[in-house]
Design a protein around this ligand. Structure first.
Ligand SMILES: [Zn+2]
Length: 145
Protein backbone atom coordinates (compact mmCIF):
# COMPACT_ATOMS: atom_id res chain seq x y z
CA UNK A 1 0.00 0.00 0.00
CA UNK A 2 1.25 3.42 -0.91
CA UNK A 3 0.33 6.59 0.82
CA UNK A 4 -2.71 7.81 -0.96
CA UNK A 5 -4.20 11.04 0.10
CA UNK A 6 -7.82 11.05 -0.70
CA UNK A 7 -9.80 14.19 -0.52
CA UNK A 8 -12.90 13.59 1.51
CA UNK A 9 -15.54 16.03 2.50
CA UNK A 10 -15.63 14.54 5.96
CA UNK A 11 -13.06 15.88 8.33
CA UNK A 12 -13.71 13.18 10.86
CA UNK A 13 -14.05 9.50 10.21
CA UNK A 14 -16.98 8.05 12.02
CA UNK A 15 -15.86 4.69 13.36
CA UNK A 16 -19.33 3.27 13.77
CA UNK A 17 -20.51 4.27 10.30
CA UNK A 18 -17.41 2.89 8.66
CA UNK A 19 -17.60 -0.31 10.66
CA UNK A 20 -21.27 -0.76 9.81
CA UNK A 21 -20.56 -0.25 6.12
CA UNK A 22 -17.77 -2.84 6.19
CA UNK A 23 -19.97 -5.24 8.18
CA UNK A 24 -22.77 -4.94 5.64
CA UNK A 25 -20.36 -5.73 2.84
CA UNK A 26 -18.82 -8.61 4.79
CA UNK A 27 -22.25 -10.02 5.47
CA UNK A 28 -23.15 -9.91 1.79
CA UNK A 29 -19.87 -11.56 0.82
CA UNK A 30 -19.85 -13.97 3.76
CA UNK A 31 -16.27 -13.01 4.63
CA UNK A 32 -13.94 -10.12 5.28
CA UNK A 33 -12.14 -9.25 2.08
CA UNK A 34 -8.48 -8.28 2.15
CA UNK A 35 -9.47 -4.70 1.44
CA UNK A 36 -11.87 -4.64 4.37
CA UNK A 37 -9.34 -6.24 6.69
CA UNK A 38 -6.89 -3.51 5.77
CA UNK A 39 -9.57 -0.87 6.16
CA UNK A 40 -10.47 -2.11 9.64
CA UNK A 41 -6.84 -2.24 10.65
CA UNK A 42 -6.23 1.30 9.40
CA UNK A 43 -9.19 2.52 11.36
CA UNK A 44 -8.88 0.57 14.60
CA UNK A 45 -5.27 -0.60 14.76
CA UNK A 46 -4.56 -2.69 17.84
CA UNK A 47 -8.22 -2.81 18.73
CA UNK A 48 -8.93 -4.65 15.50
CA UNK A 49 -6.04 -7.06 16.06
CA UNK A 50 -7.49 -7.92 19.48
CA UNK A 51 -11.01 -8.23 18.11
CA UNK A 52 -9.82 -10.57 15.38
CA UNK A 53 -7.99 -12.64 17.96
CA UNK A 54 -11.19 -12.98 20.01
CA UNK A 55 -13.11 -13.99 16.89
CA UNK A 56 -10.54 -16.57 15.84
CA UNK A 57 -10.48 -18.05 19.33
CA UNK A 58 -14.26 -18.24 19.36
CA UNK A 59 -14.50 -16.02 22.43
CA UNK A 60 -17.64 -14.20 21.30
CA UNK A 61 -20.72 -15.88 22.78
CA UNK A 62 -24.32 -15.20 22.07
CA UNK A 63 -26.55 -16.27 24.93
CA UNK A 64 -30.22 -16.72 24.12
CA UNK A 65 -32.45 -17.19 27.12
CA UNK A 66 -35.51 -19.38 26.68
CA UNK A 67 -38.40 -19.07 26.48
CA UNK A 68 -38.17 -15.25 26.60
CA UNK A 69 -35.61 -15.09 23.74
CA UNK A 70 -33.61 -12.42 25.54
CA UNK A 71 -30.20 -12.11 23.96
CA UNK A 72 -26.97 -11.29 25.78
CA UNK A 73 -23.57 -11.05 24.10
CA UNK A 74 -20.42 -11.94 25.99
CA UNK A 75 -16.80 -11.59 24.97
CA UNK A 76 -14.59 -13.87 27.00
CA UNK A 77 -11.49 -11.95 27.96
CA UNK A 78 -8.20 -13.00 29.47
CA UNK A 79 -9.26 -12.26 33.01
CA UNK A 80 -13.00 -11.96 32.91
CA UNK A 81 -16.06 -11.95 30.71
CA UNK A 82 -17.36 -8.76 29.18
CA UNK A 83 -21.05 -8.11 28.93
CA UNK A 84 -22.15 -6.26 25.83
CA UNK A 85 -25.42 -4.45 25.31
CA UNK A 86 -25.47 -4.62 21.55
CA UNK A 87 -28.42 -2.30 21.07
CA UNK A 88 -26.87 0.44 23.17
CA UNK A 89 -23.29 -0.06 21.94
CA UNK A 90 -22.36 -0.54 25.56
CA UNK A 91 -19.64 -2.71 27.05
CA UNK A 92 -18.65 -3.42 30.66
CA UNK A 93 -14.89 -3.15 30.16
CA UNK A 94 -12.61 -0.45 31.60
CA UNK A 95 -11.60 0.59 28.13
CA UNK A 96 -15.18 1.42 27.37
CA UNK A 97 -15.85 3.06 30.69
CA UNK A 98 -12.88 5.37 30.72
CA UNK A 99 -12.28 6.08 27.10
CA UNK A 100 -15.49 5.60 25.20
CA UNK A 101 -17.46 7.70 27.64
CA UNK A 102 -14.69 10.25 27.42
CA UNK A 103 -15.17 10.27 23.63
CA UNK A 104 -11.53 9.43 23.10
CA UNK A 105 -12.47 6.28 21.25
CA UNK A 106 -15.84 5.17 20.07
CA UNK A 107 -15.59 1.45 20.26
CA UNK A 108 -13.66 -0.94 22.47
CA UNK A 109 -12.39 -4.15 20.90
CA UNK A 110 -15.20 -6.19 22.46
CA UNK A 111 -17.85 -4.16 20.66
CA UNK A 112 -15.79 -4.36 17.50
CA UNK A 113 -15.61 -8.15 17.82
CA UNK A 114 -19.31 -8.43 18.61
CA UNK A 115 -20.35 -6.39 15.58
CA UNK A 116 -18.20 -8.43 13.22
CA UNK A 117 -19.36 -11.66 14.88
CA UNK A 118 -23.02 -10.77 14.49
CA UNK A 119 -22.65 -9.94 10.82
CA UNK A 120 -20.53 -12.91 9.87
CA UNK A 121 -21.99 -15.48 12.23
CA UNK A 122 -18.60 -15.92 13.91
CA UNK A 123 -19.91 -16.57 17.39
CA UNK A 124 -20.74 -19.45 19.68
CA UNK A 125 -24.51 -19.69 20.22
CA UNK A 126 -25.48 -20.73 23.72
CA UNK A 127 -29.01 -21.48 24.85
CA UNK A 128 -29.84 -20.95 28.50
CA UNK A 129 -32.95 -21.21 30.56
CA UNK A 130 -34.58 -17.97 31.70
CA UNK A 131 -34.22 -19.17 35.28
CA UNK A 132 -30.48 -18.59 34.98
CA UNK A 133 -30.78 -15.10 33.54
CA UNK A 134 -30.66 -13.13 36.80
CA UNK A 135 -27.87 -15.24 38.18
CA UNK A 136 -25.68 -14.94 35.10
CA UNK A 137 -26.37 -11.23 34.69
CA UNK A 138 -25.35 -10.61 38.29
CA UNK A 139 -22.18 -12.52 37.66
CA UNK A 140 -21.33 -10.54 34.54
CA UNK A 141 -22.26 -7.19 36.03
CA UNK A 142 -20.33 -7.86 39.21
CA UNK A 143 -17.10 -7.72 37.24
CA UNK A 144 -17.77 -4.08 36.45
CA UNK A 145 -15.78 -1.67 38.52
ZN1 LIG B 1 -15.31 -3.54 25.90
Amino acid sequence: MTNQTEKTSETEINEIDTLNAICRQAKAEGKLSGKNLTGLYDLFGQRFTKALEALKENRVKKYTFRPSNRVVWIVVGRERDYLIMAEADFCTCDDFYFRVLDKKIHLCYHLLAQKIARNLGWFAPIDENDELYECLMNEWKKATT
